[in-house]
Design a protein around this ligand. Structure first.
Ligand SMILES: [Zn+2]
Length: 412
């Protein structure tokens, strides 16, 4: 057994071998289909002129492969759902094979989430009525009526400059109007949505640093070129990378909340199901989406309910102790691992409809909360899995506190 899966989350997990994102291996595509509109190719087609198009393309009615129709890959869907319930958890790092539907899963999740209200023309996706935090958001200072749009998914192309990411001085405006104003970047577009980075391990260090800072604080602060701008940039960071193609710095790994390791499925029946569904979607996307509308609606309801119940989930001392034992057993640096473990377990409990975090919830999320924080050789796959399994076994078999096995943790 590789690791524990959140059982209830696993039941709707899955994996399309999709063509909607750039992570699909050509050989894995059941048939070709037009490239998704929001995705530029890896770096090269991302001319700054396309900036405005990126954020709005996702609002088109173009069908997106339903999240609930994904087959297999429970770690991936489970981690994304946890991040959707608790966006403050710090994003999801997806390690592993290309062509395993990473991009499809992110896009599917964004479409699944309830639409957000924004002011037409607002570059920051300001929540209506709460635009005060944005300096110079002209759109929101007017009296336009809010509009609904789907949760944004913004791709960060590999070749993107820092200006494009964080925003920059609007040179055109300087030249034509002689005034300094801010041209928002991708961080603004990603506000209240997802920022997806394919091959995050190939991204330049200074971009990664800027990105992780903003992801943690939820605010983008730009102080340069005579500009002084702060705007909200709350997004779920989703990075994917193949460790075999470029090292991921330990400091960067640690700052992602969750990490999942995904692989091409090796089960014939599962592969057949994946291909059948993908083919059905490609041939008639609208019908496929309609056929899954009920499942989508049910899952959306669970996410919304989980978000609402999150603050009320009880975490007993026993759960904290288990978390500490686990982190010591696998040897994580610092305490970030424990904190993430607790948060992930809480979100998972909320998704499962329970009102307390128990040992099972902790053990179930431990691999995704801890795999990227192991002290040595964090990306030595066999070593990582073996160490995690060993640590889980040791904690599971430890009687610990007799009260610990008595049921849901109750604060003492
Ligand atoms: Zn605004």
């Amino acid at each position: 057994m590789r690791h524990e899966h959140p059982g209830d989350i696993a039941s709707f997990g899955g994996l399309p071998r999709d063509g909607s994102g750039d992570d699909a291996a050509p050989g894995a595509r059941p048939r070709s289909r037009p490239r998704g509109g929001t995705r530029s190719t890896t770096g090269k087609a991302s001319a700054p002129k396309r900036r405005a198009a990126v954020a709005t393309a996702g609002t088109a009615a173009r069908p997106v492969y339903p999240f609930s129709a994904i087959v297999g890959q429970p770690d991936l869907t489970g981690a994304l759902l946890i991040a959707a319930v608790d966006p403050g958890i710090g994003g999801v790092l997806i390690l592993g094979d290309r062509g395993t539907g990473k991009s499809t899963a992110v896009r599917g999740l964004a479409r699944l989430l309830p639409d957000i209200d924004v002011i037409p023309g607002c570059s920051y996706n300001c929540a209506p009525g709460r635009a005060a935090g944005v300096t110079g958001c002209g759109a929101c200072s007017g009296r336009r009526r809010p509009q609904r749009r789907s949760v944004p998914v913004v791709d960060l192309p590999l070749g993107a400059s820092e200006d494009r990411l964080i925003g920059s001085l609007d040179i055109e405006r300087v030249l034509t109007h002689g005034e300094r104003s801010f041209a928002p970047g991708l961080l603004a577009q990603a506000n209240r949505g997802f920022l997806y980075i394919d091959e995050v391990n190939l991204l330049e260090d200074h971009l990664v640093d800027a990105l992780l800072d903003v992801a943690a604080s939820g605010v983008n602060v730009v102080e340069r070129d005579g500009l002084s701008v702060r705007h909200p940039a709350r997004f779920v960071l989703v990075g994917s990378g193949n460790p075999e193609e470029g090292e991921l710095r330990p400091q960067m790994l640690d700052r992602f909340g969750l990490a999942v390791d995904i692989a091409t499925p090796r089960d014939v029946a599962q592969r057949v199901e994946i291909i059948k569904r993908r083919d059905a979607f490609d041939r008639d996307p609208e019908a496929f989406v309609a056929a899954h509308a009920a499942a989508e609606s049910e899952l959306r309801g669970r996410i919304v309910a989980a978000r609402e119940s999150l603050d009320g989930i009880r975490i007993g001392d026993e759960a904290y102790e288990r978390a500490a034992e686990l982190c010591m057993a696998v040897g994580t640096d610092g305490l970030r691992g424990e904190l993430t473990l607790i948060r992930a377990a809480r979100a998972r409990a909320a998704l499962g409809g329970s009102d307390a975090v128990d040992a099972d919830a902790l053990l179930a999320v431990a691999p995704m909360a801890l795999r990227h924080r192991l002290r040595k050789d964090p990306l030595d796959e066999t070593g990582t899995d073996a160490r995690l399994a060993r640590a889980l076994d040791s904690v599971r078999s430890t009687p610990a506190d007799p009260a610990a096995t008595a049921g849901p943790a109750v604060p003492s």
